[in-house]
Structures are given as structure tokens and as C-alpha cells.
Write a protein that binds this ligand. Structure first.
Ligand code: ACO
Length: 208
């Protein structure tokens, strides 16, 4: 029963928790479904979509877990996307690029997509970052999905952003992830932009 799940701050200094969150990231990395076995380098999704958030925005990272059980999901955010992107360009991506330099990957594979992301990380358009400065990621294992847990996690993050005076939040989601798109639209996120494969969705948090 999902009622047993609680929300607590992520333990960013606990390597066992970090490994567990890397696993959740991998197990939701195929448009919301399990990508285990489809990455030659299974740390890639977490290196991109998880670890920099734990490192640079630890106060906006929560996990969903049953009492005394490993996490079943997480929500991650940053309040200021433009500043986060500059920090990663300076401190995060160079190390990942160096670590994987010369390591081959197959064109068209999930690894290729991730390696290209690391080499040329997409950045939020200036008008999106100005009006919706925060952005987020959320991933729940199937056992935790569909019982209101995603909504509770998102609202934990949105409440923290509001109390910091952040006036809007955006996110990127693949069009192939119909479940997540439906979830966000249901919560009131609007389509800000789209390209052939993905939507940028956003929500205002405070009246200006
Ligand atoms: N279409 C319409 N409404 C939906 C949909 C949908 N596809 N999915 C959920 N909803 C509604 C629910 O009915 C519910 O409505 P209610 O509050 O009125 O009863 C509300 O949205 C909240 O649903 P939850 O039960 O909280 O959703 P869940 O716990 O499954 O969380 C989530 C959604 C986060 C997408 C989860 O299923 C998940 O982690 N999926 C796999 C990973 C993933 O896809 N993550 C998103 C990647 S994109 C990114 O992080 C930026």
C-alpha cells in the first residue's frame, strides 16, 4: 500500500543511497521505463540527470521511501537553471568528458544519446530560464507509481521553491513518455516549447 511511503530529504552524503538513486534513474531511463541492460555504461543516466543535482542543489532533493527501506523514488530541483548550467559547464561536464574520452559507443544507442548530452549539454532557452527559472526531475519505481506519490513529491519541491521566492519552474520530457506528459499536464504544467522528440513544460509558482 502506497500510504506507507514517506518523503524525506535525500541523504546526499550516503554512498549507498546515491547508488540506489542511480539505480532508480537507470530503471526509469527508457522514457519512464526500465533501461537496465540497454546502456553499456549504466552510470550514464545518473551522471547526467541525478548526481549533479545532489551535488549542487542538495537542499532541493527528496526521496520517497517506506520506513527503513531503500528509496523508491526521488524528486530533484534547482532554483536557478542558468546559474546551475554555468556551474556544470565549469565543474561537472569536463570531468565526465575526460573520464569517457576515447571510450567507444554505438551510434544510435542510448549511450550515444547520453554521451552527446555530456559533450554538448542542452541549455534552457533564455526566455524559459527567465520566466521559469527552476527546473526539476522526478522518477519513481513502478511499485511507487500511481498512488499519488509523484504528486506529493512534486508539491514538496514546488512548496520549497515558492518559499524561496522562485516564480516559475520548467522541465523537459520526451514525447515518448506519455505517462509523464499526462501527469504534468494534469498538475497544470503548460507546453512552453517543443521539438520533434520532446516538450518543454512550465508552471508559474508566484504572481509577479
Ligand atoms: N494522464 C493524466 N493524468 C495522470 C497521468 C496521465 N498519464 N498520470 C497521472 N495522472 C494524474 C493522476 O490520476 C493523479 O490525479 P489526481 O491527483 O487528480 O488523483 C495525479 O496525476 C497524480 O498522479 P500520481 O499518482 O501522483 O502519479 P505517479 O505517482 O505515478 O507519478 C510519475 C508520476 C512521476 C511520472 C511516475 O509515474 C514516474 O516516476 N514514472 C517513471 C519515471 C518518469 O517518467 N519520470 C518523469 C521523467 S521527466 C522529468 O523528470 C523532467
Amino acid at each position: 500500500p502506497t500510504a506507507e511511503f514517506g518523503i524525506r530529504a535525500a541523504r546526499t552524503d550516503d554512498p549507498a543511497e546515491t547508488d540506489r538513486l542511480y539505480d532508480i534513474c537507470l530503471r526509469t531511463a527508457a522514457s519512464g521505463k526500465d533501461a537496465t541492460g540497454s546502456f553499456e555504461d549504466p552510470r550514464l543516466p545518473g551522471d547526467i540527470f541525478l548526481a549533479p543535482y545532489l551535488r549542487y542543489a542538495p537542499d532541493l532533493a527528496w526521496v520517497l521511501a517506506r520506513p527503513d527501506r531503500p528509496a523508491s523514488g526521488y524528486v530533484l530541483g534547482v532554483a536557478d537553471t542558468a546559474s546551475f548550467e554555468r556551474t556544470l559547464e565549469r565543474e561537472w561536464w569536463p570531468g565526465l568528458r575526460a573520464r569517457r574520452e576515447g571510450v567507444p559507443f554505438r551510434e544510435g544507442s542510448r549511450d550515444a544519446f547520453a554521451r552527446k548530452w555530456i559533450d554538448r549539454p542542452p541549455t534552457a532557452p533564455a526566455e524559459v530560464a527567465a520566466a521559469y527559472p527552476a527546473h526539476l526531475h522526478i522518477d519513481l519505481l513502478p511499485e511507487a507509481q500511481g498512488g499519488g506519490n509523484g504528486s506529493r513529491l512534486i508539491h514538496t519541491l514546488l512548496g520549497a521553491l515558492r518559499s524561496r521566492g522562485v516564480h516559475g519552474v520548467h522541465l523537459g520530457v520526451g514525447k515518448a513518455n506519455a505517462g509523464a506528459v499526462g501527469f504534468y499536464r494534469h498538475l497544470g504544467f503548460e507546453v512552453l516549447a517543443e521539438d520533434p522528440g520532446s516538450f518543454t513544460l512550465g508552471m508559474k509558482l508566484l504572481e509577479r
